[in-house]
Design a protein around this ligand. Structure first.
Ligand SMILES: [Zn+2]
Length: 414
């Protein structure tokens, strides 16, 4: 789930504020296995992870309810194939196999509604949701901005399962008043038109129960953390929630090896998710102690706007810098990162000028700005370097690489 990032690694860390939520109907046979993890950022954060399969470019767009893009990941087709495979193995007829597929699709509609529940609650509380992705193990709401106050997090985490409670309630009313069924004659080993509403009701209750397991970063774990965060720091609350989450993850993986492979996948997601999210909170906690001035680079490689890109390339090879500050008539004019240089060389060749490839539309930072806030701006704008101005005067650059180094050093000595 790691993104198309501008930077070799800056890009990888960019979604610190994103949120993943996974929950899944596992096999039809076991009704559903379901979990919810806010996860994306983790994988982005875990820079070495190569879980590119989560990237949204491998997804099919389904629509844009409430302005939130919903897409289904290509691996979802594996779930359908798997259902067909186990159904054929059980000796089911074509209409029954079809019914099982329809059931899984209906369940995933419920999963989308669950994610929309989280998303709309988050938006209402000032968060931002970019899109929802459906995976075979569930859905994920990708949040670019998440409400962080304990009470807000509690509401956002509860909103998803609450949607499934409402769906189950509506199905119950339907079975009670509109289409009463004779439970004694009902068969449950295969899904039929007759037992469909009841099975869907049960599956929704299962989604609720599974998501409420306090396995951070699933919904239950988030609710638990938000409750802890009322009494202690968010970092400490996250550490406790993470430890418990990882314990559950190991149980899921062990149980999944015997009962359901989806549980194994979910277990790994929780394991990685808990660690990644804890790291992210730690990142925020450390950066909150600094301002831009603390790691501002006032020494940097610079070039004139009219210098040729060929010269920049030579200089970059001899001086291991992340990029250049470009000046024009003695004034700051823009930033030329390695990536800008490479794409500039592709477009304009060695004779192209620095000013043709540099970035100019970067809002300058002030030295007093809290470092975490600056870091978020860098992530949002995908900037590896940003100019810093003091009283309208260019005074240096902030390098995302340096922020990460500061984090690693502080983490090591804490
Ligand atoms: Zn959820």
């Amino acid at each position: 789930m790691h993104r198309r990032g501008a930077g070799d690694r800056g890009g990888d860390r960019k979604s610190l504020t994103q949120q993943i939520d996974t929950r899944g109907p596992g096999l039809v046979k076991t009704k559903s296995s379901n979990c919810l993890i806010y996860f994306k950022k983790i994988l982005n954060f875990t820079r070495n992870s190569k879980l590119v399969i989560m990237q949204s470019r491998y997804s099919l767009n389904l629509g844009k309810p409430f302005g939130i893009r919903v897409s289904v990941h290509w691996t979802f087709s594996l779930l359908i194939l798997w259902i067909v495979f186990i159904s054929v193995n059980r000796g089911l007829e074509l209409p029954q196999i079809f019914m099982h597929i329809v059931f899984v699709l209906a369940l995933f509609v419920c999963v989308v509604l669950h994610e929309l529940g989280h998303s709309l609650a988050a938006i209402k509380l000032g968060g931002k949701v970019s899109h929802i992705t459906l995976l075979p193990i569930g859905g994920m709401a990708h949040m670019t901005k998440m409400p962080e106050k304990p009470r807000e997090e509690f509401i956002v985490s509860a909103a998803g399962p609450l949607v499934n409670v409402v769906i189950a309630g509506l199905l119950w009313l339907y079975l009670l008043f509109v289409n009463p069924v004779d439970y004694e004659k009902m068969e449950f080993n295969v899904i039929t038109a007759n037992n469909f509403p009841l099975m869907l009701l049960v599956a929704n209750l299962f989604i609720v129960a599974f998501n409420l397991i306090p396995a951070f970063p699933m919904d239950g774990g988030r609710l638990f953390r938000s409750a802890l965060a009322i009494k202690m720091s968010r970092l400490k609350a996250t550490r406790i929630a993470k430890d418990i989450g990882q314990l559950f993850a190991i149980i899921f993986i062990a149980a999944g090896l015997f009962f359901n492979p989806f549980l194994v996948v979910i277990g790994f997601f929780i394991l990685l998710g808990a660690k990644g999210e804890y790291e992210m909170i730690k990142y925020q906690d450390i950066l909150n102690n600094y301002t831009v001035a603390d790691i501002l680079s006032s020494e940097y490689a610079s070039l004139e706007a009219d210098d040729m890109l060929g010269k920049a390339a030579e200089k970059l090879i001899s001086v291991p810098d992340r990029g250049f500050v470009i000046t024009e008539n003695g004034e700051f004019a823009g930033i030329l990162t390695k990536n800008n240089l490479i794409s500039g060389l592709n477009t304009h060749g060695k004779q192209g000028k620095a000013k043709d490839a540099m970035i100019t539309d970067i809002r300058p930072l002030s030295p007093e700005m809290p470092l975490y806030e600056a870091y978020q701006l860098m992530q949002k704008g995908k900037h590896e370097l940003m100019p810093v101005y003091k009283e309208d005067q260019f005074t240096g650059i902030l390098d995302q690489e340096n922020i990460h180094e500061l984090f690693l050093i502080q983490k090591a000595i804490r």
